[in-house]
Design a protein around this ligand. Structure first.
Ligand code: LHQ
Length: 261
């Protein structure tokens, strides 16, 4: 696949997506939104991909919507339609992708960029990274899934505070608040996230995918519904090659070799 606003490569079971408009701090224009959606779709379809890693080129992860680009469309443009056709499809694609997504948060993630960062499954941030619900600075409400993800991760009070102040939340605070899994020295971020991606790409991909589905759907379920859904999905996982391999490896006292199926 050949893209102009992102880099996409697959190696050793890992698809790496790099948002690549560094002079705009990787702000999303329409092309970058649709290329990123396409990359996630491709990663979903490609059986050789068992983990996806997304990061930003340069000093930012993403500064959100390209405001210059959006302003150029005039006053009568529908933001709702822009969201529905763009960021909603992207965020849904990420949540629906039944493979783990690692967010290598290399710098600031603002606005819709914060939404994309929060739609990843495992977030590892550089110590120089930060998170910002920039929306209120331009008189908007949070969008791109941030109203859904953030209160669930950090609680209502912190999420609403971030929306009201639009101030940067440092990586250290994001860790304390549960927005990220780990914070690492900036220069070690590529190496540490690549090691994570390799490890997850060697895992039981089917089970990882079903787990993601169970946990995401579980948000909106009662305990009884969730228990029943687990039983249903476990039937599927229990018939997988990786389940047989995992049990055999345990009995034979060796490391399992999962093929993802
Ligand atoms: C940018 C941007 C950017 C264009 C930096 N656009 N150029 C959905 C639907 C429809 C409409 C609206 O929005 C949405 C969802 C959203 O995402 S709303 C939120 C949009 N994002 C923002 O409001 C953040 C805007 N950016 C900033 O506040 C700052 O750039 C941050 C705090 C991210 C970084 O600040 P600095 O480190 O001081 O960098 P900088 O401001 O100097 O930016 C560097 C360059 O990047 C600069 O260009 P220049 O030509 O002067 O070097 C900026 O203009 C450009 N840039 N963000 N979103």
């Amino acid at each position: 696949m050949s893209y102009e606003t992102i880099l996409y490569q697959v190696a050793d079971g890992v698809a790496s997506i790099t948002l690549n408009r560094p002079s705009k701090l990787n702000a999303f224009n329409d092309q970058m939104i649709s290329e990123t959606i396409d990359a996630f779709k491709g990663a979903g379809r490609d059986a050789a991909v068992r983990c996806v890693l997304i990061t930003g080129m340069g000093r930012a992860f993403s500064s959100g919507q390209d405001l210059g680009d959006f302003q150029g469309r005039g006053e009568n443009v529908s933001i709702g339609e822009h969201l529905r056709h763009g960021y909603h499809r992207l965020v849904r694609q990420m949540v629906a992708l039944e493979k783990p997504i690692i967010g290598a948060i290399n710098g600031i993630s603002a606005g819709a960029g914060c939404g994309v960062a929060l739609a990843t499954d495992i977030r590892i941030a550089a110590d120089t990274a930060s998170f910002m619900l920039a929306f209120s600075r331009i008189g908007l409400i949070p969008d791109s899934g941030t109203n859904w993800f953030l209160p669930r991760l950090v609680g209502y009070a912190r999420a609403y505070e971030m929306a009201l102040t639009a101030e940067r939340v440092s990586a250290a605070r994001a860790l304390e608040w549960g927005m990220v899994n780990y914070v690492v020295p900036s220069e070690q971020l590529p190496e540490i996230t690549a090691a994570w991606a390799r490890r997850l790409a060697d895992g039981p991909t089917l089970a990882f995918g079903l787990t993601k589905r169970a946990m995401n759907r579980g948000w909106d379920m009662t305990l009884d519904e969730s228990l029943e859904y687990e039983a249903h999905l476990q039937e599927v996982a229990g018939r997988s090659q990786d389940n047989r391999e995992g049990i055999a490896a345990f009995v034979e006292k060796r490391e399992p070799k999962f093929n993802g199926n």
